[in-house]
Design a protein around this ligand. Structure first.
Ligand code: ZN
Length: 141
């Protein structure tokens, strides 16, 4: 039976042994499938989460300076990570505040309407897009 791949959107024939197959066999689609599985596993399985944390810590200990060199080589990625961490910290700090009903919505909008911004995808894991927003006066055609 032919179905649409959730990874690439192309049609493919499902393997007869895998009746719930939603991703084709392309490498990038299998990576997406595994990444999604791992994301769900990290959310739902505390043992797996702890194991992954310990594994990452062990790897970092065995490769000292890797992340410092990575940030030096990829300043754009480092900037993006810094921005995302700020967002996570802000969300963590203000989570309870944001859940309160009847909060003044305009209070959270304190950023300038122009400048440099990152468009950060919230669903798919993809790179943030850096954009420039310019102020246009009302008289501008
Ligand atoms: Zn695919």
């Amino acid at each position: 039976m032919e179905v649409v791949c959730l990874g690439c959107g192309d049609r493919f024939v499902r393997d007869a042994r895998h009746k719930n197959q939603c991703y084709c066999s392309r490498k990038q689609c299998q990576r997406k499938r595994k990444a999604l599985w791992q994301k769900q596993k990290m959310i739902n399985d505390p043992d797996y989460r702890l194991n992954q944390k310990q594994s990452r810590a062990r790897w970092a200990k065995e490769h000292p300076g890797y992340w410092r060199r990575y940030r030096e080589k990829h300043p754009e990625k480092a900037e993006r990570n810094r921005l995302l961490q700020k967002m996570r910290n802000r969300n963590r700090t203000h989570r309870e505040t944001l859940l309160i009903a009847k909060m003044d919505a305009s209070k959270s909008c304190t950023i300038a309407p122009f400048g440099q911004f990152y468009l950060v995808p919230t669903i798919a894991k993809m790179d943030a897009l850096k954009v420039n927003l310019h102020f246009i006066s009302r008289g501008y055609p």
